[in-house]
Design a protein. Structure first.
Length: 153
């Protein structure tokens, strides 16, 4: 479920609204056609609905093209240039945004993401590197362990 919020971030709009807009436009067009005066026959009204039904697909296509060009492509292009530490920060931020949304159940889903987050990056040159790591114990109650880590570095 957390992936949907990340897709919303990348697209600039949720899939729910991407699908809603063309359907709503079609519904409005059909209701306007139905409200035409009786000088239009039912066959004429149906012919209008049929000829305008392609508008739904055209609108959906235009929305998707705009999303790709204005949102997704620029994000994907810039991600390639982000240094690894900032990439870790970006990933953590996306997890935190998802956690916030789930905490307040803004979308009606239960909290499935949350709590302290471990962040690591992986590269060919450096391998696996922790950026931020939670401990299973309280660091202040275990100063010997912390001193041991700093001595080994």
């Amino acid at each position: 479920m957390g992936c949907s919020l990340i897709l919303t971030f990348c697209k600039g709009i949720s899939n729910r609204f991407i699908n809603y807009i063309p359907q709503k436009v079609e519904s409005i067009i059909n209701s306007k056609i139905d409200a035409l005066p009786d000088t239009f026959t039912i066959d004429q009204k149906n012919a209008l609905k049929t000829s305008l039904s392609s508008s739904k697909a055209e609108i959906a296509s235009a929305i998707n093209t705009t999303i790709q060009n204005d949102n997704v492509k620029p994000i994907l292009d810039s991600v390639q240039l982000i240094p690894l530490p900032e990439m870790g920060f970006l990933a953590e931020s996306l997890v935190n945004i998802t956690s916030l949304k789930r905490t307040f159940a803004i979308d009606g889903n239960q909290q499935t993401v949350g709590g302290p987050t471990d962040v690591a990056v992986m590269s060919k040159g450096d391998g696996f590197v922790w950026i931020k790591r939670k401990h299973y114990f309280d660091k202040q109650m275990n100063p010997d362990y912390i001193m041991k880590i700093h001595e080994s570095q």
